[in-house]
Design a binder for this molecule. Structure first.
Ligand code: NI
Length: 136
């Protein structure tokens, strides 16, 4: 079993670090503890068990539709993954930002693939998912 701590450095946009620090200050935490908590959350979000099993859930994303090709690539992806997307709800939040909620059902493997592909799309600012595994 590994003991102790590991140090590593990461690069982040300054505004992100400012926002992060503001929150951890409010919570009375320190950066290391907050990063550990974030990493654990991240791991639990992305560690789903059986790649071949079925799941259902919702994907919520916010994107800037004025970013070049953002809308187009998101639409292309939704056509490509149409067999797992049951429904899409689009909300125009303000002049630039759009919120989309995708209802998904299908193979875990495919759902993961869609999430990965959307998260690297230009213009996508936030992405969250809630997915439950369905017992076969
Ligand atoms: Ni819109």
């Amino acid at each position: 079993m590994k003991k102790g701590v590991k140090r590593f450095s990461v690069s982040v946009p300054p505004e992100l670090l400012e926002d992060f620090d503001a929150i951890i200050k409010k919570l009375g935490q320190d950066r290391s503890k907050a990063i550990q908590q974030s990493m654990r959350l991240f791991i639990s979000e992305y560690t789903w068990r059986e790649e071949t099993s079925e799941c259902a859930g919702a994907l919520v994303l916010v994107y800037d539709h004025e970013v070049h090709e953002a809308e187009e690539s998101l639409t292309d992806l939704q056509h490509e993954f149409r067999e797992i997307i049951n429904s899409t709800l689009h909300v125009h939040i303000d002049e630039r930002n759009c919120l989309e909620i995708l209802a998904l059902r299908g193979k875990v493997e495919r759902v993961k693939e869609l999430i990965n592909r959307i998260s690297v799309c230009r213009g996508v600012k936030q992405i969250r998912h809630t997915v439950i595994e369905l017992s076969n």
